[in-house]
Design a protein around this ligand. Structure first.
Ligand code: PMV
Length: 324
């Protein structure tokens, strides 16, 4: 009744933005990501007969009630599948570089899903684990597999066809991401609330949905063919398009800070000077710079000097979830 799992985070190349079902965490569009080597979570779940409630220890401290309830509701899904009423102690640690303010929900819920399912001896393959992890945080469904992963949105109302599938393994291509954290990040709107507002109010959201298939097709083809420029171009375009839907929401909102824009301009200058690099941005101020491995160190050194940059983490593709 005890198991430990390790899961890596992922960075979207084609973004998930908008839910069609909030309870089941079903997306309005398919998305595509790279599981990253440098950021991961290790989680131990132990079901016990003498607990009245679930207990959550997060980074060596008892978590607040909001976080505990989120995990507890997630464990209800696992208990239901295993026909169990036992409560659990969940001990989880994020192995993320110092104070970078990076989101850990993808690796966190992927590790929790795998550890909890294993602890209750549910024999789940990656597809079922992906569906389970999705219920914790949408993007977590893409962290079950390693390398390059597509979350297929599915069309069924019960979500049984909405899960992630591997497109290429981690060793297929050493595409490099420079996770560039920006100082003074304070996110005033969660991705959950931000995407909801966008779906409900942005007149551009329709255009976002209409163009996803083309972006996804180009991105997957570029990864399979290891075509760096094609992937970089579509990833950058897709991220800016997502942020344009936020700017056109009512009321509008913007995650960027001064440092965000400085990094975007810097990437453009790198390109103009003949060094291939592109960027993508999630629902926050941080920028992820895409480059080829051979240029990673040079670009890292130049990024660290850009005004507003806090830290630059270099990472390649990482593995899928594993039971330790
Ligand atoms: O799964 P969530 O609720 O953390 O949403 C993720 C949204 C983006 O990071 C902006 C895009 C993505 O596909 O990861």
């Amino acid at each position: 009744m005890k198991a430990t799992a390790k899961a890596h985070s992922n960075m979207a190349l084609i973004k998930y933005w908008g839910k069609r079902d909030k309870a089941l965490m079903l997306p309005c569009n398919s998305s595509f990501s790279m599981t990253v080597d440098a950021l991961y979570t290790i989680t131990t779940v132990e079901f016990k007969t003498d607990l009245q409630n679930d207990v959550l220890i997060l980074n060596e401290q008892e978590a607040d009630e909001k976080a505990r309830l989120k995990v507890s509701r997630f464990l209800d899904l696992v208990r239901e599948a295993a026909n169990s009423t036992l409560h659990a102690t969940v001990t989880t640690k994020n192995f993320f570089p110092t104070g970078a303010g990076l989101a850990s929900s993808a690796s966190g819920f992927a590790a929790l899903a795998a550890a909890a399912a294993e602890a209750l001896d549910l024999k789940m393959g990656n597809r079922s684990l992906s569906q389970l992890a999705r219920r914790g945080s949408g993007s977590a469904c893409r962290s079950i597999d390693g390398g390059f992963v597509e979350w297929q949105m599915g069309i069924k109302a019960d979500g049984s066809d909405s899960y992630a599938v591997p497109i290429a393994p981690a060793n297929h291509w050493d595409l490099t991401m420079l996770i560039t954290t920006i100082t003074n990040e304070h996110k005033n709107i969660s991705s959950r609330d931000g995407m909801q507002r966008t779906v409900e109010t942005s007149p551009f959201y329709k255009g976002w949905l209409e163009s996803i298939d083309d972006d996804l097709t180009q991105a997957k083809k570029a990864v399979v063919e290891k075509d760096f420029d094609s992937l970089g171009q579509v990833a950058e375009r897709n991220a800016l398009k997502m942020h344009a839907t936020m700017l056109s929401s009512n009321p509008p909102f913007l995650y960027w800070q001064e440092g965000t824009i400085s990094v975007m301009r810097h990437v453009q200058e790198l390109r103009e000077s003949g060094i291939p690099a592109y960027f993508t941005i999630d629902a926050g101020a941080n920028v992820v710079v895409l480059c080829e491995r051979k240029n990673a160190e040079q670009i890292q050194q130049s990024l660290i000097k850009v005004q507003g940059v806090q830290e630059v983490i270099v990472t390649g593709p990482g593995p899928g979830v594993s039971i330790l």
